[in-house]
Design a binder for this molecule. Structure first.
Ligand code: APR
Length: 257
């Protein structure tokens, strides 16, 4: 077997020691499943689109069909992909060690849940969920929405929008509070596949560090949270998480001399 990258063995030791582990995941977590990231310079969504056009209420109101169709395209894409070895390693670890690992994700793709993780704290909502643009009246029932792009209430015209958190919107209060508690209560936080550029999500890594957790970044390239981390592992989620979390992983006797 190939020699483990520098630091992997140490971080594996931190995993074994930690009573509570929080994972903060971002788009890179799902990259190896085939879901595009946002800020990749070539393939990222924000290399093709202006985030204010596609991921803000103002953008939706200005061009509801364009935005709805883009989310419909993303929904269809996510339906065609599978969780990767990184998602699976997290779910297996949580099952094997009940109560020790909490997944906090910025991802809206549902892949952590499809891999078998439960209690996932979805900071930015759910790509597959619908909700009303305006506060719904009695006539607004999602199941009765008139099909369209976007669907709308046949009585009052209220538009259906995707159930994700857009720029300028608040995160779901209860989910963020649970994530804050998980970050503050963790002995170890793994920050996986996020550029660390979007707050308040990225602030959870800083909070975990301030509260005494060891923080480890898993990312093939530099991120804005590297400065917060006690350890930075340069590699991908699907490569490194199984090595960190699976039984016997990272032991020195697996490395070649
Ligand atoms: N494994 C681990 N990390 C990876 C991988 C991989 N296979 N591939 C790419 N990455 C890293 C990239 O290097 C980058 O640092 O994942 C990160 C992805 O960053 P972004 O595209 O900015 O995604 P994210 O940090 O999740 O964005 C946060 O921004 O647009 C909003 O709401 C959207 O939730 C999203 C938020």
């Amino acid at each position: 077997m190939k020699k483990a990258p520098h630091g992997l063995h140490t971080v594996h030791g931190w995993v074994l020691e930690a009573e509570r582990i929080a994972v903060l995941s971002g788009a890179g977590m799902s990259a190896e499943s085939g879901v595009p990231t946002f800020r990749d310079a070539q393939d990222g969504y924000w290399a093709q689109f202006n985030p204010q056009d596609m991921a803000s209420e103002r953008g939706f109101r200005a061009a509801p069909q364009r935005v709805w169709d883009w989310y419909a395209h993303r929904r269809a894409g996510v339906a065609q992909v599978q969780p990767n070895a990184g998602h699976v390693a997290l779910a297996r670890f949580a099952r094997a060690h009940p109560g020790r690992l909490t997944v906090i994700t910025q991802n809206v793709d549902g892949l952590h849940q499809r891999a078998g993780s439960s209690g996932v704290l979805c900071l930015h909502g759910d790509l597959l969920a619908d909700r009303w643009l305006e506060a719904p009246r009695a006539c607004c029932r999602l199941e009765d929405a008139e099909p369209g792009s976007p669907p709308r209430c046949g009585s009052c015209g209220n538009l259906v929008r995707p159930g994700v958190v857009w720029f300028g919107e608040n995160l779901p209060v209860d989910v963020f509070e649970a994530a804050r508690q998980a970050a503050q209560g963790a002995d170890l936080m793994l920050v996986v596949g996020t550029a660390g550029a979007v707050y308040p999500a990225a602030g959870l890594a800083r909070l975990a560090r301030q509260a005494g957790a060891r923080v480890v970044v898993v990312n093939p390239v530099a991120s804005e949270l590297d400065d917060v981390a006690h350890g930075v592992l340069r590699g991908t989620a699907a490569q490194l998480l199984p090595q960190l979390l699976e039984p016997g992983a990272g032991r020195p006797d697996q490395e070649t001399p």
